[in-house]
Design a binder for this molecule. Structure first.
Ligand SMILES: [Zn+2]
Length: 233
């Protein structure tokens, strides 16, 4: 399924392209809004061209590259395999993290998005070390329990689990070299651990505070109503 730029600059896509949007996260159609001109491609003969799209869900711009397959006198054929320039970002409720942990964790996930797997692994270790320092004496044990939970729930094989344990908790030794495979598991692992440690606790405490506040307010109203009744009886 190819894409064509015709002599009159019309842009023909046999099938619409849908991808996960780096802005809104929706799996939405890419609508072409700025496409290369036929004459410009013919005169420059590039190997690839750039196309600007609009996200059908959120209207944000999205940029793609497509290989030029052939150029003739009436049309240019482009590959339908559009490579997006911007990647979907990893989503995480960063506001629940203390500033020092947030800085390192954001950078860790940026490394993952950029396919810098070993930089990602090193930043994961720094994130864990900073979180443990922030949370106090039992935190190392607690974070290790969170790691074991993910290994169990995620049914992670022993060899992978061993490598990731050294990445996260190998305090003195070097961070082992990892590839895309290990990084894919590690990203879900570290996100879950940070969520369980910071986000879950904060949300649970806030929800309970709120319920107790309303419960106390309701019971104090009942008490004052009863007192009022007793006084007026
Ligand atoms: Zn979008």
């Amino acid at each position: 399924m190819a894409i064509y730029v015709k002599k009159d600059n019309t842009f023909e896509q046999a099938e619409p392209v849908s991808r996960e949007c780096p802005h809104c996260g929706a799996h939405a159609q890419l609508i072409p809004i700025a496409t290369p001109s036929f004459e410009a491609i013919r005169s420059a003969g590039p190997r690839q061209v750039g196309i600007a799209f609009r996200c059908a869900a959120c209207n944000e711009p999205r940029f793609g590259r497509a290989a030029v397959r052939s150029i003739d006198t009436v049309s240019v054929e482009l590959s339908s395999n559009i490579i997006e320039v911007e990647r979907a970002q990893q989503r995480f409720p960063y506001s629940y993290l203390p500033a020092a942990v947030e800085r390192l964790f954001r950078e860790a996930l940026q490394c993952y998005n950029a396919d810098c797997h070993n930089a990602f692994a090193s930043m994961c270790r720094r994130t864990v070390q900073t979180a443990i320092a922030d949370l106090g004496s039992n935190a190392r044990l607690e974070w290790f329990e969170l790691y074991k939970d993910v290994v169990r729930i995620g049914e992670i094989d022993e060899a992978t689990a061993q490598v990731l344990e050294t990445v996260l908790f190998g305090a003195d030794g070097p961070v082992p070299e990892i590839g895309a495979d290990h990084a894919a598991v590690l990203v879900e692992m570290i996100k879950d651990m940070a969520y369980q440690s910071y986000v879950r606790a904060a949300k649970l405490r806030a929800a309970m505070r709120m319920r107790r506040y309303f419960a106390e307010e309701a019971s104090s109203k009942i008490t004052s109503l009863e007192r009022h009744r007793a006084e007026t009886a």
